[in-house]
Ligand binder design. Structure first.
Ligand code: ZN
Length: 148
């Protein structure tokens, strides 16, 4: 039943991603690709004194990559980047090992089952790695235009 709840959450966010769109040019942004699946997304964020004031994403990909990005934006908005870096680590740990971190992961716990499908792990972590790169202002930030 819990599994069904988790599945519903992923399907819901995969179909109707929250915080989908662009932020102004003042935002940090970064493009992430998962060539194995064809997922591509750009994360935009406004950061002030280390706090993520706003975050949005756009792109396309499978339900898991879209749901992960959607739930990620909800989870990190309003938080300090140090807190967020730790959350990225814990999320990565959770989806690669299948073990729940020693903390409340909230809705993100829905992705724990992804660990059973190694080919989907990159789908689930794409948004998180891209977020981290955006926060760190890493180079190569621009997504090339896709076919639509
Ligand atoms: Zn994918």
């Amino acid at each position: 039943m819990l599994q069904e709840l988790y599945q519903d959450l992923i399907v819901d966010h995969g179909k109707q991603p929250r915080n989908f769109g662009k932020l102004s040019e003042l935002a940090h942004y970064h493009c992430g690709h998962n060539p194995l699946c064809g997922d591509q997304l750009t994360i935009y964020l406004h950061e002030e004194a280390g706090i993520i004031k706003d975050v949005k994403f756009e792109g396309k990909g499978c339900a898991i990559s879209m749901a992960s990005a959607s739930l990620m934006t909800e989870a990190v908005k309003g938080h300090h980047q140090e807190t967020v870096y730790l959350l990225v680590e814990h999320f990565h740990q959770m989806v690669t090992t299948g073990n729940m971190p020693d903390r409340d992961m909230g809705k993100l716990a829905a992705f724990v089952g992804v660990s059973a499908y190694p080919s989907r792990v990159k789908c689930a972590t794409l948004a998180w790695h891209t977020l981290k790169a955006a926060l760190k202002n890493e180079s190569d930030p621009v997504c090339t235009e896709g076919e639509g």
